[in-house]
Write a protein that binds this ligand. Structure first.
Ligand code: SF4
Length: 166
């Protein structure tokens, strides 16, 4: 059976198209995540894990389910002084890395650096930082200029992020 996964960095929405009865309940209950007119049609990064889990439990067909990303408890905080800021990621309460940005006007920010601590490299935390910034930008009607080579690579690979790219 075909299975597709869409992650918000903490949980993945697992979708089995063959089970989907197209009742549209997902679209009605969480339109910021489910939009059949866009590709990918599920944008998990647009909602919190709690919202996603609550919505998935309403799918009548079992086409949607949840997969926890990992047993590591990941937390991302944002710090901002009005000129620049950073998204800081903690894995099980330990500092694991950061992604820094500077404001370029009121509605745009530049991601200039992403750095993951050596012990945490290879766990997808850098991508989680980028997706957190994407969710923040979408929720606040902002655009991102990904100058940091890592962030740029994430944007280049995922055409679904074009809507927030400056
Ligand atoms: S709620 Fe479930 S069955 Fe209905 S359209 Fe969404 S995925 Fe398909």
């Amino acid at each position: 059976m075909i299975t597709k996964e869409y992650s918000n960095g903490e949980v993945s929405i697992v979708w089995k198209p063959e089970k989907c009865i197209h009742s549209g309940i997902c679209v009605k209950t969480l339109p910021k995540v489910y939009n059949p007119k866009e590709r990918p049609w599920i944008k998990a990064e647009n909602a919190s894990s709690e919202e996603i889990i609550r919505q998935v439990s309403k799918c009548p067909s079992g086409a949607l389910s949840i997969r926890q990303e990992s047993k590591t408890m990941v937390k991302i905080d944002r710090e901002d002084n009005g000129k620049k800021g950073r998204f800081v990621i903690y894995a099980n309460d330990t500092f694991a890395g950061e992604m820094t940005y500077v404001w370029a006007g009121e509605s745009r920010f530049i991601i200039d650096h992403t750095g993951i601590e050596e012990n945490f490299i290879g766990r997808g935390l850098g991508k989680q930082l980028v997706m957190k910034a994407v969710a923040y930008a979408r929720n606040n009607d902002l655009k991102i200029l990904p100058l940091c080579p890592f962030a740029k690579k994430v944007f280049d690979k995922d055409k679904g992020l074009e809507d927030v790219r400056a």
